[in-house]
Structures are given as C-alpha cells and as structure tokens.
Design a binder for this molecule. Structure first.
Ligand SMILES: C[S@@+](CC[C@H](N)C(=O)[O-])C[C@H]1O[C@@H](n2cnc3c(N)ncnc32)[C@H](O)[C@@H]1O
Length: 289
C-alpha cells in the first residue's frame, strides 16, 4: 500500500504538469499559427456531420439549387463554427465584380475547393450571367464555354465537393481536380483544356503562402486576359503579405499589371470584418517566360 501511494503522487503531479504544459503549447500555437488550428479542426468528423446536415434537408429544397445548398452549408458552419468556407457575404462582393465585367466571365479557376461552397457560387453565377436561372437549370452555359475548374489536394474533400456539386446540378460546368493548384493549371494548359488568355477569374482560397507563387504560374502560362479578375480571400487574416505587396505594387514592371482594391465583409457569426482583395489585370506586359 505505501509503495503504491508513493508511486501515484509523483505520477499525478507529472500528469498535471504535462496538462499545463500542453495547454500552454496550444495557446502559443493558437496565437502564432492560427492556420494550423483551423486545419486541425476541419477534420473528418466535422465533414461527416456536414454531410448528415445536408442529407437531412428535404431533397426538393436543395437539389439543383446551389443557392439553397450554400445556405445550408453556411447554416451548418454557423452552428458548428469551424468550416473554412467562402461565405455568402464575400461571394456577393465577388458576384458584383463578375457581373460588372465588360466581357462576361466564362472561365473560372479556383485554388482550394474544400467542401465546394465557393465552387457552387461560381457555377451558379456563371449560369445566371449566361441566361440560366442560376439554379442549375437552363441557359446554354456549357455550350457557351462556361467552366469552373477547382483544385483540391485532399482526396476526401475532392469526393465530398463532387457530391455537393452533383447535388446542386452543376457538374456539367464545375470540375473538381485532385492535386495541387499550380500543377493542376499547368496540366490543363498542357492538355489544351485551357487556352492562353481565356481565364476570366482566378480565385485564390488555398493556403495563403501559395497565393503569389500560383498567381505567378498563371502569369507564366499566359492564361489571363485584359480585364481578368484575381480574387484573393483572407488577405488580412491569416494574411498574405507577399501577395498583397505584389498586387498593390501593380505587379511586376514589364509583366502583367494589376489595379487592386480591398473589400471588407462582415458576417454575423465571425463578427469582425474580413478582407477579400480583388485585382484587375490592366496590362499583360511582355512575357518574361
Ligand atoms: C479555405 S479552404 C477553401 C474553401 C473553399 N473555397 C470553400 O469556399 O468551400 C482551403 C482548401 O485549400 C486546399 N489546399 C491547400 N493548399 C492547396 C494547394 N496547393 N492546391 C490545392 N488545394 C490546396 C486545402 O486542402 C483546403 O481544402
């Protein structure tokens, strides 16, 4: 008996010391690497719950109706609190920019699919602009060359996004491509699926450290045109300082040049404003490559 008591006390102390050290370490990570926690919290059980939430909706309410499906995904995010989706408030800002393009947009590249929230948005907006009802029905959008190519490196998310896009009736124009964004775009150009100067909008919503390198890939491949939009999410937080510096400097001398503007959106759940940067190609420059 005395032996076991003597053993338990230091063990208990060690346990509590480890607990305090662990909590401290998590605090440090949360302050300095907020991205990491977002990534950890978006793990599989949460996706399974989102799936159940979607399945629990009356099919007639969401089938072939991307806007209703987006509303359900956002409703789930409001309750569960940790989906890294491009919320409707920001989508509306981008929608306004797409609607006011002098040459109506047809081809969208999206970097970072996740559960397919923003991909639904781009598909619905293209259908609306090109005469469909924006609900997955009508309009000669496919025949008119409307396409959304969205890239996701996580195989499970690819499966989930494909299901969501199918449910919304958008799989005729929205293609989810598994793999890293930069390599994916190179592949599409090599296959002749994307022509030089044919991309109307690039949406950057993967990890912020890739924003600038992957925009440079698009420049190198010559897929942008005069008036193309480059929309980048969360440029303030977690933040994309090198990217912002680049577009705010107007791009590179002699290369593709941009005019850029920062928009702030406020969502009910997140409370604080969050930035989205919209840059317009104003000069294609002389390709260095
Ligand atoms: C913020 S989420 C995208 C949210 C999505 N646009 C939406 O609204 O639902 C970022 C996603 O980018 C993916 N990702 C990160 N780096 C990537 C890369 N280099 N290429 C492709 N996907 C990447 C992550 O796996 C994650 O699913």
């Amino acid at each position: 008996m005395p032996i076991s008591t003597a053993r338990t006390k230091p063990n208990k102390m060690l346990f509590f010391q480890a607990l305090i050290a662990g909590a401290f370490a998590i605090g440090i990570i949360a302050v300095f690497f907020p991205n990491i926690l977002t990534t950890i919290s978006s793990s599989t059980p949460n996706l399974a719950r989102l799936r159940s939430h979607i399945s629990a909706q009356p099919p007639a309410a969401i089938k072939n109706n991307p806007w209703a499906l987006m509303a359900q995904i956002e409703e789930y995010a409001d309750k569960a609190g940790h989906l890294m989706i491009f919320r409707r408030a920001k989508l509306d800002i981008a929608h306004g920019a797409l609607r006011s393009m002098s040459q109506p947009p047809r081809v969208v590249l999206e970097f970072g699919t996740y559960v397919g929230m923003s991909a639904l948005g781009w598909g619905a907006i293209l259908k609306e602009i090109h005469g469909g009802d924006g609900m997955g029905v009508g309009g000669a959008v496919k025949e008119e060359g409307c396409r959304v190519y969205t890239f996701e490196k996580d195989a499970e998310l690819v499966r989930m996004a494909r299901e969501v896009i199918e449910l919304a009736g958008l799989s005729d124009i929205v293609t989810v491509i598994e793999g890293t964004a930069g390599e994916g775009v190179r592949g599409l150009v090599a296959e002749g699926e994307i022509q030089p100067g044919s991309v109307d909008m690039v949406f950057l919503d993967h990890w912020e450290k890739y924003y600038l390198p992957d925009l440079r890939v698009c420049e190198e491949l010559g897929v942008l045109r005069m008036g193309s939009l480059v929309v980048a999410d969360n440029t303030d937080k977690p933040g994309a300082p090198r990217y912002l510096e680049y577009v705010r400097a107007g791009g590179e001398d002699g290369g593709v040049r941009y005019e850029t503007k920062t928009y702030q959106s406020v969502t009910k759940r997140l409370g604080a404003p969050s930035a989205v940067e919209i840059s317009t190609v104003v000069d294609l420059g002389v390709s260095r490559f």
